[in-house]
Design a protein around this ligand. Structure first.
Ligand SMILES: [Fe+2]
Ligand SMILES: [Fe+2]
Length: 355
């Protein structure tokens, strides 16, 4: 079975939470929950240990429980389950990025095939999920849903279901939740996170390690450098290569600007990709390694993570020639960290010969 949460629902040991599962299984919308998990379009989800499949599966279940406890009408349950499924598809990074809800919203028509008022409600809720509560009403009004109260309920429940899974970051503050039904689920969401990881272990998979990935000091340092570089008017390629040069305290990739570093430059390739791959190649050369293997591995990993190396695919708002570079700032930060982790973990260098 592809879905660990579905496995938990069907065959898991819920311990003290068994009555919750029993009620869920008797709920009239239980088949819809099962269908959502089974038919979840996993290819569309952001790939990440923090905002990837595990987070999405748990948010779907938490959303279903909130909906059941609030006795949401059937049509709204369906919309909520879809919102939970695809609310983070517009993420470009795991770091703070309050525009990702909007990017996700713009993908919903293609992913779900919905139209009309259903689509408007869904887009409104998804866009609002990554913004402050104070901005919610204005964002929802922008989509002109037929029933603003219904839309507001949807948006609030999405935020609460998403918020409950903050347990994965050890960062759930119940006072931020909007509904009493969600607040009641705080303990359950802790159990769910552990049970989910237990399910992964049973499959021989290692649950994602959060502290390892979230090195706050590193992220802040790189983010500040990215912003400074962009403000100075540096291009994306120089920004990426420059930040990596600093992180590794090495020589800048000289070859970068004249393009002779063996990379096949392509029309409309993303500058962050170009800067990163150029750096990888140059760094391996500086370490006296053969760059072909690591460069090919980096390319495969990059495409697996971002699914493309072209500007127009990576900017999910659509690509315009006159976009300012800061549109890509969260993505640039992510590519730098991605490359940093690649070079520190996935590539091994022979120790230099002794004197
Ligand atoms: Fe999100
Ligand atoms: Fe989320």
């Amino acid at each position: 079975m592809d879905s660990p949460v579905l496995e938990l629902l069907l065959n898991g040991d819920w311990g003290p939470w068994t009555p919750v599962r029993d009620r869920l299984q008797k709920w009239r919308m239980y088949p819809e929950l099962v269908r959502t998990l089974r038919e979840l379009n996993r290819d569309e989800l952001f790939r990440s240990p923090v905002h990837g499949e595990g987070h999405i599966e748990r948010v779907i279940l938490l959303g279903a429980l909130c909906a059941m406890e609030r006795d949401l009408p059937d049509d709204d349950v369906r919309l909520l389950l879809i919102a939970c499924s695809y609310h983070d598809t517009g993420r470009l990074s795991d770091w703070l990025d309050d525009a990702h809800g909007r990017r996700s919203a713009y993908k919903l028509e293609r992913i779900t095939g919905l139209t009309g008022d259903d689509l408007a409600m869904l887009m409104a809720a998804v866009e609002a999920h990554s913004r402050r509560d104070a901005d919610m009403d204005g964002i929802l009004a922008g989509y002109a849903p037929k029933d603003p109260e219904r839309c507001r309920e949807l948006a609030r429940l999405l935020k609460d279901a998403d918020g409950l899974d903050r347990v994965r970051l050890s960062d759930l503050d119940v006072s931020y939740l909007r509904t009493p039904e969600a607040a009641e689920l705080a303990e359950f969401s802790r159990w769910l996170f552990d049970a989910y990881n237990g399910e992964l272990r049973k499959r021989g998979e290692t649950p994602p390690s959060k502290p390892d990935y979230f090195d706050r000091e590193l992220v802040t340092r790189v983010r500040d450098r990215v912003h400074a570089a962009l403000q100075e008017g540096q291009g994306i390629m120089e920004t990426v290569a420059g930040c990596l040069t600093q992180l590794f305290a090495c020589q800048p990739p000289e070859a970068m600007l004249s393009h002779p570093c063996g990379v096949a430059w392509r029309e409309k390739a993303c500058g962050a990709w170009e800067g990163a791959v150029c750096f990888v190649r140059d760094y391996v050369l500086q370490k006296n390694g053969d760059p072909d293997g690591p460069t090919a591995k980096f390319r495969a990993k990059f495409l697996d993570q971002y699914r493309s190396d072209r500007c127009e695919d990576l900017r999910t708002f659509g690509f315009r020639e006159d976009d300012p570079v800061w549109v890509c700032a969260p993505y640039i930060l992510d590519v730098i960290l991605f490359t940093y982790y690649f070079l520190t973990r996935d590539v091994t260098f022979d120790e230099p010969d002794g004197p």
